[in-house]
Design a binder for this molecule. Structure first.
Ligand code: UDP
Length: 367
């Protein structure tokens, strides 16, 4: 008999399992895939020796000193600062939208103060932005929105930006300086050696059963532990009784090249709707310190798609929010079950937020 059975070996499950084990509890982790790490899983590409994030790029960033200290106890981090470019209408611009983007787009040489006034003149009065489109226009005006946000967002989410929650766009800062670092957080970097070694350390002393689908023997797995920690999709847990929540997924097209450098930056976004992918990731730029150990390059084109078997992003339309309320009610009636992480909470969490939630739950339960 285990104290905890943890379903899913992503950040929530692995951190919770580590903390439970440290507290002297008996823990078992089961994982549907053939590897640990959830969507943070990374591997060294055999021919080039470049570390690839199999399920899309993960850049660690947080403003919490506690989380930064915690994650640094499992890996050394390099000093990578995320800088993104975007191609729109045949030109390359800096992201997130900053003074370089504004000046290039409008062919101007504004100072920060002038840019603030200029943006104000472009922004219509929207006192209470209700959705992604209104929020974006209230921050940058319609022209910048239509060029850099609208097409990308439609490709990414496959729905009208007027249906999407406003918060999605506030993930990106808007700046009237030339600061082009993508994130505002105090602590940022890439784990040297990729993410998988972090999970190997977290789960070093915990038994993990891979290729094990919880739903094939749900009652059995629930019977072997006092408490279930579930990190899979919440709608799946309740057998879709209120319907399927909308998730967005991604298809990754990987290409190895006999080139030193394909695009000169880790991520190039493609803002135009006609370009079928949203971005191209060239991972070698995440790990400058490893340059001498790699050969050639690898690029990955990302094609957002719907794939119920691989849920990555909660779309969170109004209908989803209603459904989620129903599922949360059911969850509150469950005894000895914890739900955590992006899939189980249906929240567009970043890695640091997931770790924070796992530590919070662990502290509550392991006291
Ligand atoms: N976004 C956009 N254009 C861009 C980059 C982002 O319109 O060039 C919007 C888009 O709706 C996206 C959201 O901002 O889903 C959040 O972007 P982020 O870079 O945080 O996405 P992630 O890295 O999580 O895929």
């Amino acid at each position: 008999m285990y104290d905890f059975i943890v379903v899913g070996a992503g950040f929530f499950g692995a951190v919770f399992a580590y903390e439970a084990k440290k507290a002297g509890k008996k823990v078992l982790v089961i994982e549907k895939r053939d590897h640990i790490g959830g969507n943070c899983y990374s591997y060294d590409h055999p021919k080039t020796n470049i570390n690839i994030h199999k399920y899309g790029p993960h850049i660690f960033h947080t403003s919490s000193e506690n989380i930064w200290t915690y994650i640094n106890s499992f890996a050394d981090f390099n000093d990578y600062r995320h800088r993104v470019l975007t191609t729109a209408g045949g030109k390359v611009y800096s992201l997130p939208i900053n003074l370089a983007t504004i000046n290039k787009f409008y062919n101007l040489t504004l100072t920060p103060d002038e840019a603030k006034e200029f943006l104000k003149s472009k922004i219509p009065a929207i006192p209470f932005p209700k959705n992604l489109e209104e929020k974006a226009i209230s921050l940058i005006g319609r022209e910048l929105y239509e060029t850099f946000i609208k097409g990308y967002t439609i490709k990414q989410w496959n729905c009208d930006p007027k249906e999407l929650p406003a918060e999605v766009i506030t993930r990106l800062p808007v700046r009237t300086t030339y600061n082009d670092v993508y994130y505002d957080d105090n602590y940022q970097g890439m784990p040297v050696g990729g993410y998988t070694p972090i999970f190997e350390k977290l789960l070093k002393d915990v038994p993990v059963e891979l290729k094990t689908d919880f739903f094939e023997k749900k009652d059995y797995w629930k019977s072997v532990a006092k408490t279930l920690v579930y990190t899979g999709p919440i709608d799946c847990y309740f057998n879709y009784c209120y319907g399927n929540l909308r998730w967005r997924s991604c298809r990754f097209e990987i290409e190895e090249m006999q080139l030193d450098d394909y695009q000169g930056v880790s991520i190039m976004n493609y803002a135009d709707r006609e370009v079928p992918f949203t971005r191209i990731v060239e991972s070698k730029h995440f790990y400058r310190e490893r340059a001498d150990l790699t050969r050639g390059t690898v690029i990955v084109r990302e094609y957002p798609c719907d794939d119920p078997a691989e849920p990555y992003y909660p779309v969170n339309l109004k209908t989803d929010q209603e459904m989620l309320t129903g599922y949360q009610k059911l969850f509150s009636q469950e005894i000895n079950v914890i739900f955590g992480g992006r899939l189980a909470e249906y929240k567009y969490y970043n890695m640091d937020q997931v770790i924070f939630r796992a530590l919070e739950q662990a502290e509550k339960l392991l006291k």
